[in-house]
Design a protein around this ligand. Sequence first.
Ligand code: ZN
Length: 289
Amino acid sequence: MKRFQIEIREMRKWSKRVVFLFLCLSICLQIPSVSSSTSPFQENEGHKESSAAGTLKLEHEDAHIVHCSRERSRSAWKIIEEYLMPFVEKERYKVSSGCRLHSDNDLFRDQEQHKLHVDINEWRCGYCRKSFYEEKYLDKHFDNRHFDFLNVSHGRCLADLCGALHCDFVMDSAPRKTKCNPAAAARNKHLCESLADSCFPVSNGPVSVRLHEFFLRQFCDAHTCARGPKPFSKGRKKRTSILYISISILTLMLLPLFYFFIYLYQRGIKRGSQELKRILPSGRKKKPF
Ligand SMILES: [Zn+2]
């Protein structure tokens, strides 16, 4: 009986070992099967990407979108944001989507809004949270990975308005001394005035009339080869961010505290040295005893 029990125990042990081995073997076999199941997916994804990129290229080749510069579009948007929108918002005027300066007519607007500038050397993609050292790499990532967010259906390129909006004036840190081209100046002025007409129609009431006039002074008057007014004669209004304000307030609050601690620290050092001086002579006096 006892022997039988021992045999049963042995059998159980062996069965456990066999089960364990079987489990190990099945896990080992599953790992490559998992990886092999993912690899076609990855391949598919890559394929999908390359084919989609191809169609985008074709689309770009067909339309003039391929010539739409992201950098110049960005510059144009910056000008609109700084030199136009604060004045438009002050008048509580709503620019219609038919106006080419409307955000809906910027091909890159959605992507640009998904840029997160976390740190000086950190730009993050708002769609997939990937990080990049420089903005240009994030731009490339957008081109390769998130082209589906491009507002291609509208086919609107804000960079096309750069002539009217003086993008070169803003982008060039050093002013170029090139001869003024009267034909180009006239063309830009015409584009500028057509923008004023479509975005702020005179028939839309007094507010629109005021903004129409403002737009002509701010952007269009400078399109001349004669010594006329400079662009953005009405100035700009930069919106101060909440973060900037809060950081300044915090710094102002912490600065006195910092100086107070330095004062206390120096006072502590002085006291310490005075006490040491007091202790040292008394110690020397005690020695002859
Ligand atoms: Zn991304």
